[in-house]
Design a protein around this ligand. Structure first.
Ligand code: ATR
Length: 274
């Protein structure tokens, strides 16, 4: 029987997940499908509840459902609870819905492969932004053993809320201090929308950036943001944002279709539409 999965969002046309999972289904010769599922916010609960009877093994969630789904499902993993959002749902044989968040895994795995020499203990991490993506990145960095994480956001109160929720080694600095904080950074992560196609570049002076810092952007359109180009020109190791998207998808695919899929150059090219 064909195993079904998909991505729920509103809108969902822009999602690259069908291309990504479709590539793997074909590559591994699996009898499965992965559909776009446009679901309005007020239809989310019913759509999720209907998954088992419609024969779905599960779904990915995208904007705007990642937080709302938490109160619909039967079980949220500890990682999903810490991040405060879920992106992957598994429907079990008895009709229950289990949710988790694989973005932290996607981020840290992409960083490990993209910068094999990255040492979490090399110095503080500077995380720019305080939205859902920043939460997943901070959880990943805490678990990787980064000694100190500095969250810097245009709206400082959002950074403070994030630091309060996650606790531990999270600190906050004002937006105006972002350049000064680069001096000792072992890692710089952009989780803001700045630098994305159609948006202005991230307003950040790299003059003070430590030559040892690894720089990564979660934006992947374009693949080489101005931030990454600037850091690369200074000789810093850079990691683009596509890896996070590809690695976060591995766990869902494995759970639904029973095969751990590989992230390869061919997959990257396919998802980029090349
Ligand atoms: P997501 O949940 O996908 O991370 P989000 O919640 O919309 O997305 O967060 C977007 C991030 O980009 C926020 O940190 C936002 O800063 P604010 O909290 O101050 O809004 C940041 N951002 C958006 N536009 C920005 C700009 N022009 N300059 C700096 N940061 C910006």
């Amino acid at each position: 029987m064909t195993i079904k999965a998909g991505v729920m969002g509103w809108p969902v046309d822009h999602s690259r997940s069908p291309a990504l999972h479709g590539f793997w289904l074909k590559a591994y010769g699996i009898d499965g499908s992965y559909e776009r599922l446009p679901v309005k916010p007020d239809e989310l609960a019913a759509a999720l509840r209907a998954l088992p009877e419609r024969g779905f093994a599960g779904v990915n969630l995208t904007v705007p459902h990642k937080e709302a789904a938490m109160s619909v499902v039967d079980e949220v993993s500890p990682e999903g609870q810490r991040i405060g959002a879920v992106n992957t749902i598994f429907a079990t044989a008895d009709g229950r819905l289990k949710a988790t968040n694989t973005d932290a895994y996607g981020f840290i795995t992409s960083l490990k492969f993209g910068a094999p020499n990255f040492d979490p203990k090399a110095g503080p991490a500077v995380v720019l932004g305080a939205g859902g993506a920043a939460r997943a990145v901070c959880v990943a960095l805490q678990d990787a053993g980064v000694p100190e994480i500095c969250v810097i956001n245009r709206t400082t109160t959002r950074a403070e809320n994030l630091a309060r929720d996650l606790g531990g080694n999270l600190g906050v600095a004002p937006w105006e201090e972002r350049t000064a904080r680069l001096k000792t950074a072992g890692l710089l992560v952009n989780t803001t929308t700045q630098g994305m196609q159609g948006q202005p570049a991230l307003d950040l002076d790299l003059q003070t950036l430590s030559p040892r810092a690894v720089v990564t952007d979660i934006v992947y359109t374009p693949l080489e943001t101005q931030l990454l180009a600037g850091a690369r020109a200074r000789g810093n190791t850079v990691v683009d944002g596509l890896g996070m998207l590809l690695y976060q998808a591995q766990r869902g695919f494995e759970g639904w279709f029973g095969q751990k899929p590989e992230v390869t150059a061919a997959l990257r090219a396919h998802v980029l539409g090349k």
